[in-house]
Ligand binder design. Structure first.
Ligand code: MG
Length: 349
């Protein structure tokens, strides 16, 4: 199974237009710039994608520079010794997890193609277990959020971004148009535990499934105080990036949101699922705004998660790739080797 040729690795920036300007507690975006990485070898091309949080120092240019630094490592190692690469990659690009995620995703896509197995099979996962994905409603006026909720017809669960003074008005507006379960993501937007517990106690009565990151990421003890006072699961997102972050926050949260772009790739995400289980934490599989490449990479792992929140590609006005297929509100990973993604052939809208 040794490769017969040397690899060629390249990267490029792509611009993705959004259907609606996307707003969370920290900022807004009308378009996103992501980075694609291609790993070409033996006539096969693996593809990976980096996406970025909306309002942080992460940029496509920074990711491109980090990918350039990672390329020599990925060119020289045995591609089937992929489990060893994660730590070496961290030494080279620790502060740029999207770059590490993208180059590793391209390599894993190639490995799956070379071995002729879908990645979920390579990882020993059950493609038949597919939790319903939630569909995210970004912050907007209550009227626009109602309209977006109506447009979310095919999805069984709504995820709503809160973290502003009119949270209650927003939930009331959504409850006027839907009785689906609602997941709340405050994105660190509630300033203190007293404010948060008042919001949460009200949300308990609104058919809310859980509350994600109610308080700023460093307020771990205050979050633990909330957890003791509510039956609603409290899920960490901004407070947890990689597996080694989990022990310190495990007592304060009921679950964690695992994202490929925070973890720095599928392999660290797999490790996070195992560590979370060891700490008796529930798990959600989340995403950023990204194409079907990174969403399909997530869908390969979704059977490990209690909650799935893979909707980043659904927010694009045009997804240049096709991969996992949406059926009755659930993702089905492709039955093709590797990630199983391909360029979309349909006409651009
Ligand atoms: Mg979140």
């Amino acid at each position: 199974m040794n490769p017969s040729s040397k690899p060629r690795i390249r990267s490029e920036k792509i611009r993705l237009e959004l259907q609606h300007t996307f707003t969370i507690a920290g900022g807004s975006a009308a378009f996103k710039e992501n980075v694609l990485v291609f790993y070409e070898r033996d006539g096969l091309t693996g593809v990976g994608e980096a996406s970025h949080v909306t309002v942080k120092e992460q940029t496509a240019e920074r990711t491109l520079r980090a990918v350039e630094r990672l390329i020599p490592l990925y060119k020289t190692v045995d591609p089937f010794a992929f489990a060893d690469l994660r730590e070496q990659a961290r030494q080279i690009a620790d502060a740029t997890p999207p770059a590490r995620a993208a180059i590793e995703m391209a390599l894993m896509d190639w490995v799956g193609q070379k071995l002729n197995v879908p990645l979920y099979r390579l990882f020993g996962l059950n493609a038949g277990r597919a939790p319903s994905t939630s569909f995210t409603i970004g912050l907007d006026t209550p009227e626009v959020m109602q309209q977006k909720t109506r447009e979310a017809g095919p999805y069984h669960v709504i995820k709503v971004k809160l973290g502003r003074p009119n949270d209650r008005e927003i939930i009331k507006a959504l409850r006027a148009v839907t009785d689906k379960p609602i997941r709340v993501d405050a994105n660190e937007g509630w300033p203190d535990k007293e404010t948060a517990i008042k919001k949460i106690e009200w949300l308990e009565k609104q058919n809310v499934e859980f509350v994600e990151q109610p308080l700023p990421r460093k307020m771990i003890d205050e979050t633990g105080w909330l957890k003791e006072r509510t039956p609603l699961p409290i899920v960490a997102d901004e407070s947890v990036f990689i597996a080694s972050d989990i022990p310190a926050i495990a007592g304060a949260f009921s679950g964690i949101n695992i994202k490929l772009m925070k973890a720095g790739g599928m392999l660290e995400a797999l490790r996070m699922f195992q560590v979370a289980k060891a700490f008796n934490l529930d798990t959600m599989l989340g995403c950023m705004i990204e194409t079907s490449i990174a969403i399909t990479a997530g869908a390969q792992l979704q059977s490990l998660a209690r909650w799935v929140d893979l909707d980043g590609n659904l927010l694009l006005s045009h997804d240049p790739f096709a991969g996992a297929v949406m059926k009755a509100g659930r993702w089905q990973p492709p039955d093709r080797p590797g990630l199983g993604v391909k360029p979309r052939v349909s006409n651009r809208r």
